[in-house]
Design a protein around this ligand. Structure first.
Ligand code: CP
Ligand code: NVA
Length: 306
């Protein structure tokens, strides 16, 4: 049984997460071989963004279309969530029109509130705390490049933000060791007693022997006022070629994008031979199609997807 909503990976068990991975691989193969896979014929997805987006917006719209459904974009100023109308009433009404809702919200509590009143599955397209769609796409990319997940070490260098929190959950569910290297005061929201991960302050030691080196922007959307303070706080946390040389042989470099060359990562690394950033971006499409299909298709049987 798959979950009712897709809000944070902590709501899922290892078996369900691996089911997303297997479904994504099959859907990717079907799409690449040009075979129709209209598992969600006639279904509709409402998309709601309180923050900018390129990858999430385009990959969800194309993804639901490839599955036989359609997407509609709702602008925040149209519905004015919590201002013109309560979150509860919007959720009750929209979920009578559409089959699923994907939301990018400023406050995680808003998506939790929406899901409480929505009869349709709700997907988190990024909140201040989590980015689960990114993490499941990254899981697919890591497996494609490393041939496995269990036993690998993922080292995240930078801000303990939404992307980092979802990677901690993903690593835990897939048997990867997770190391986070961040300055004091920028630790992940997830406590290491709740979901194990190691904090290593020195980024050069943290990356030593890691199979996957991951970073994200130092200033996330909504934190723009703190950008100068953050530039100073993170100045020793730029991923350089020297740091990549400390990682395990064959290590890959990952970034959810958009990237700031010269800040969290040097150009030589992000555009270099170890970088898999565009595979990550592509896999948003395949992994999110798997999430949509698993949430919405009652008949989905993995063995029939070939
Ligand atoms: N990585 C990611 O979520 O990209 P967008 O902000 O462009 O959707
Ligand atoms: N941490 C970034 C991720 C963007 C995809 C942000 O929240 O802005």
């Amino acid at each position: 049984m798959f979950g009712r909503h897709f809000i944070t990976l902590a709501d899922f068990n290892a078996k369900q997460i691996l089911c997303i991975l297997e479904t994504a691989k099959k859907l990717k193969a079907l799409q690449q071989s040009g075979k129709a896979h209209r598992l969600l014929d006639g279904k509709s997805l409402a998309m709601f963004f309180q923050k900018p987006s390129m990858r999430t917006r385009v990959s969800f719209e194309v993804g639901i279309t490839q599955l036989g459904g359609s997407a509609l974009n709702i602008r925040p100023e149209e519905i004015q969530m919590g201002k013109r109308e309560s979150i509860a009433d919007i959720a009750r009404v929209i979920s009578r029109y559409v089959d699923a809702v994907m939301m990018r919200v400023l406050r995680h509590s808003d998506i939790v509130e929406f899901a409480k009143y929505s009869n349709a599955p709700v997907i988190n397209g990024l909140s201040d705390l989590y980015h689960p769609c990114q993490a499941v796409s990254d899981m697919l990319t890591i497996e494609e490049h490393k041939g496995k997940l269990r036993g690998l070490t993922l080292c995240y260098v930078g801000d303990g933000n939404n992307v980092c929190n979802s990677l901690i959950e993903m690593a835990h569910l897939t048997g990867m060791k997770m190391i986070v290297s961040c300055p004091e005061g920028y630790e992940p929201y997830i406590n290491s007693k709740k979901i194990p991960h190691k904090i290593v302050r020195d980024p050069n030691s943290a990356v030593s022997g890691a199979d996957v080196i991951y970073t994200d922007v130092w200033t996330s959307m909504g934190q723009e006022k703190e950008s100068l303070i953050r530039l100073r706080a993170f100045r020793d946390y730029t991923i350089s070629e020297a740091m990549m040389a400390q990682a395990a042989p064959g290590a890959i470099f990952m970034h959810c994008l958009p990237a700031h060359r010269g800040e969290e990562v040097d150009k030589a690394v992000v555009d270099g031979p170890q970088s898999v950033i565009f595979d990550q971006a592509e896999n948003r499409l395949h992994a999110q199609k798997a999430v949509l299909a698993l949430l919405l298709s009652k008949e989905l049987q993995l063995e029939n997807l070939s």
